[in-house]
Design a protein around this ligand. Structure first.
Ligand SMILES: CC(C)(COP(=O)(O)OP(=O)(O)OC[C@H]1O[C@@H](n2cnc3c(N)ncnc32)[C@H](O)[C@@H]1OP(=O)(O)O)[C@@H](O)C(=O)NCCC(=O)NCCS
Length: 174
């Protein structure tokens, strides 16, 4: 799946010409940098093989953002799940946002928005019926971001996170 055009990096002067940000597909060599951002910015961490399996299975929608030194400062990754739809027993394909994070110094420059819009376009190619995600009920920043992308809350998942916090289950039509 994918064309040469899909793998070309996008140069986005998001911060300014002095620190242009490049958004491109993740590679195997990038995983260490992705894990570093994840460990700094989110309490949920995953083993290396988890990232690797997402990269192997859903490479088109696993994107990274790099600064001018080539350091990874943000990422987004999705997977596709076949599960019953929320209001019937029919099985549907769901594009599940696994994780997104932007390093603190680079926030509020529309990097997450750019990662989301670019990757959602790619996830659609996996023939999904809807986009879904979980978010901590106190993560107002992320909730605002997802609402901007037309996600709406469907339910609360009680004690979804290891520390006992609840999650909103949010979905968005394709
Ligand atoms: C959530 C996160 C990815 C947003 O990244 P970002 O690049 O700063 O986001 P953007 O600049 O694209 O902002 C897009 C929208 O998100 C919302 N948003 C972003 N930062 C916000 C803040 N500090 N307060 C309130 N809303 C905020 C706004 O609606 C914003 O749109 P606006 O600028 O037009 O108001 C980033 O804060 C982050 O990495 N947080 C830690 C990791 C995390 O929580 N991930 C989500 C787990 S479910």
């Amino acid at each position: 799946m994918g064309t040469d055009k899909d793998t070309q990096p996008k140069h986005l002067p998001l911060i300014g010409d002095e620190d242009p940000i490049v958004i491109r597909r993740c590679t195997l060599e990038d995983l260490e940098g992705v894990i570093e951002v994840n460990e700094k910015e989110l309490p949920e961490d995953y083993p290396y093989f988890f990232y690797k399996s997402i990269l192997d299975n859903y490479p088109e929608s696993f994107l990274v953002a790099c600064n001018r030194e080539g350091i990874i400062i943000a990422y987004i990754m999705w997977r596709v799940e076949r599960t019953p739809s929320i209001n019937s027993l029919k099985l549907v394909n769901k594009g599940h946002l696994v994780s997104i994070a932007v390093s603190k110094d680079y926030r509020r420059h529309r990097i997450a928005s750019t990662l989301l819009s670019n990757s959602m376009e790619k996830v659609r190619k996996y023939k999904i019926d809807e986009f879904v995600l979980e978010v901590r009920v106190t993560n107002y920043t992320a909730i605002n971001l997802y609402k901007k992308f037309n996600f709406s809350t469907q339910s609360i998942k009680e004690r979804y996170y290891r520390d006992g916090e609840n999650a909103y289950y949010m979905t968005c039509k394709v």
